[in-house]
Design a protein around this ligand. Structure first.
Ligand SMILES: [Mg+2]
Length: 231
């Protein structure tokens, strides 16, 4: 039986070296003539529309409707491509390329995304890393502003593709923040936390992920354990 692996993007698959934040700052500068729009905000694990709404509310004192969020998003995407392409510190996390190649070679693995990035944003980032074609489906920030909801959307897409309901041992949410873990738990699937983002092992452990790794560099051990478990 297939197992489904749903990956977060930033801090899990890649680190854009700040390109995402820089594109967003430029978008707010273009639309609202403000500098340092993201000042004081923690972005990790949040969805793009959630971040934009938070900036508009907390840092600009506005009560944004969907149209204002959409406009910032549009500017963000326009800046993102260039920022990602030119980012000197862009990197892929340890083990990721080999893990994805291994999963692609297996007939019993389906690989997708569960990310707060809007779909086109995720595509721009993963194309630079050369790993975009590995992902056959996704739940995105453009599907829902709420992370638990976009995780469920990704799982539903996987179920549709496979033509059956998926149980706890068949779906793995892989991410670098407490919000990834909590969203996976809300969807009643397995959770894999990696300390390749802002949060350390000790900070992730209290959220009780089913698996916890400093990185996926030792992905063969992870896969051996996952595939030893029955659905
Ligand atoms: Mg992340």
């Amino acid at each position: 039986m297939e197992k489904v692996f749903l990956f977060d993007v930033d801090g899990t698959l890649i680190n854009t070296g700040g390109a995402g934040s820089r594109a967003l700052v430029r978008a707010f500068r273009a639309r609202y003539a403000v500098e340092n729009a993201l000042k004081g905000l923690i972005l990790d694990g949040k969805t793009d529309p959630w971040i934009i709404r938070e900036v508009l509310q907390l840092n600009l004192g506005l009560s944004p409707g969907p149209e204002q969020v959409r406009q910032v998003m549009e500017s963000y995407l326009a800046f993102l491509e260039g920022e990602v392409q030119s980012s000197p510190n862009f990197r892929i996390m340890p083990g990721i390329e080999l893990l994805l190649a291994e999963l692609a070679a297996r007939e019993d693995a389906l690989v997708g995304l569960a990310t707060g990035n809007i779909e086109q944003g995720a595509r721009i980032k993963l194309e630079r890393a050369g790993i975009y074609p590995y992902f056959r489906l996704g739940g995105y920030g453009s599907d829902s502003e709420e992370r638990p909801e976009l995780v469920k959307i990704a799982i539903r897409k996987a179920e549709r593709l496979l033509g059956r309901c998926l149980g706890r041992e068949e779906v793995y949410i892989i991410g670098d923040t407490p919000l990834d873990i909590l969203s996976g738990k809300a969807a009643q699937v397995s959770t894999v936390a990696v300390a390749t983002g802002r949060y350390s092992l000790d900070e992730l452990r209290p959220y009780l992920p089913d698996y916890l790794f400093s990185s996926l560099a030792d992905y063969p051990a992870f896969l051996a354990e996952v595939y030893a478990r029955q659905a």
